[in-house]
Structures are given as structure tokens and as C-alpha cells.
Design a protein around this ligand. Sequence first.
Ligand code: NAP
Length: 249
Amino acid sequence: MNAEKKVLIVTGGSRGIGAATSLKAAQMGYSVCINYEKNSKTANQIVGEINSNGGKAIAVQADISSAKEVEQLFKITEIELGALSSLVNNAGISGPRSKLIDLNVSEIKHIFEVNLLGYFYCAKEAIKRMSRSSGGQGGAIVNISSQAAEFGGNHLTPYAASKAAINNFTLSLSREVALEGIRVNAVSPGIIETDQHDFPNEMVLKNKKKEIPMGRLGTPQEVANAILWLLSDKAEYVTGAVLPVAGGR
Ligand code: NAP
């Protein structure tokens, strides 16, 4: 399928990895829906940048932890941009860095509602539209996981567990929809320079870098490159894969 005819939703496209993915996708000819939760200013900046460079983008506010809001997000995208071909399930939260015993129940629930249920709601809406058996053209979904799924999280236990679940979600769903012409893969970033990290001082950052074989953090653009490859026809026989983008970590 020609990228010029492709329509992509990026959840959490207003900042970090989602913003880099939206910008790169637009350069490659995708029409892009940039979903965000609160940050309309940055979402609209990305849309402005894409549209002023000759691309096509819209920003749509929706909290992905609400199935109703997700339904609306997909309906609006279809009306404004046309038939959906691609989804990047990216919006995620790490939650408070804390021992489990110090988290309250609503904090724990919210991490799973965004990082896990939100991905399920979005995938369901995407599959409804992409499935060949319901008249769709097939498509591709990329879920953003984390290397925390493999190595655990340092006082981020619900976050790491939600990402481990995303790896299994990716594999199970890829098998379920393979004959519908839909590929489902995941990218598993290491430590990437985004708002998700707030290193308290230079020393902590220096020590973090020492844990990474390549000796540096990754950039959102480097993760976006992997996502766009998995979405593209160049990866047409790749499904159910979890691709680490982590500098060897
Ligand atoms: P980020 O810079 O913190 O941006 C998060 C994005 O998600 C924002 O666009 C935010 O929207 C959106 N968002 C948060 N909650 C949402 C909700 N309930 N509904 C809709 N949108 C919501 O994040 P990032 O670092 O780029 O991370 C992106 C993904 O990569 C996440 O799934 C994260 O877990 C994963 N990841 C990141 C790293 C890393 O080192 N950065 C490593 C491994 C995995 P607003 O702007 O409106 O708040």
C-alpha cells in the first residue's frame, strides 16, 4: 500500500516518542491523527508544523483509558482523514516512582487503565475498521512497550508489569488477526530522552548511561524510525515481534 494513502493514529502524539513518530510519518506521506490527553498546545504545534510543510494532520483530544472517548477518536479520524490503515499505541504513563506499598489503589488502577486497557480499546477500534472480513483493507499496529518488561522497573512495578502484558498482548493479537491482513508488532524502548524522565542530577544521568552498552540515551527519532519500519510494507512478513530499541541494554 502506498504511504500517501495511509491514515495513522498516534496515541499520545503530542510529546516525546509519539510526536517524533507523527512528524516522521507525515514526512513519509501518512495523514496523521495526533491524539493527546491534556496538552492541546503542543499537539496543535505538531499539527501546525505538519500542515505548513504540505502534510495532513489533525489533533484529537481523548483519554485512552475511556472506551467511549477512544470510540470518538476513531470516528473523528475516519471522518476527517479517511479509512484507517495504521495505529501506534503509544500513550503511556510511568506513574509515581514509589514502592508498591506506598501507592494507593486508584494510582495502581490508573496505570493499568492507560497502559494496558487503553491499548486494548484502541486496537479493538482499529481492527473493526481494518479487518478484511468486515470490508477493510488490512493494516498495521505498533504497540510501544518498554525494556522494563524484561528487566523490571526500579520502584515502577505496575508500569513494568503493564508493559510485560503489552508484549503478550502483541503476540496473542498478532496471531488472532493475521488472516485479517493486520500485522501487530511492538517496539521496546530503553531509556529515551523525553519528558518521562526527570533525572535529579548529572551524576544520576552519568550512572544511567554507564548501564547502556552504547553509553548514551536514545532519541525519540531513533524509536520513531523503528516504529515506521514496522508499520511499512518493508516489514510485511513481520508480525508478533517485540523489537528492542535500547542501545544494547
Ligand atoms: P511522554 O513524553 O511522557 O508523552 C506521553 C504522551 O502520552 C503525551 O502525548 C501525553 O499527552 C499522552 N498521554 C498520557 N496519558 C494519556 C491518556 N490517558 N490518554 C491519551 N494520551 C495520554 O512519553 P514518552 O516518553 O514519549 O513515552 C511514550 C511511550 O513510550 C509510553 O508508552 C512509554 O511508556 C514508552 N516508553 C518510554 C520510554 C522512555 O524512556 N521515554 C522508555 C520505554 C518505553 P499530553 O501531552 O496531553 O499529556
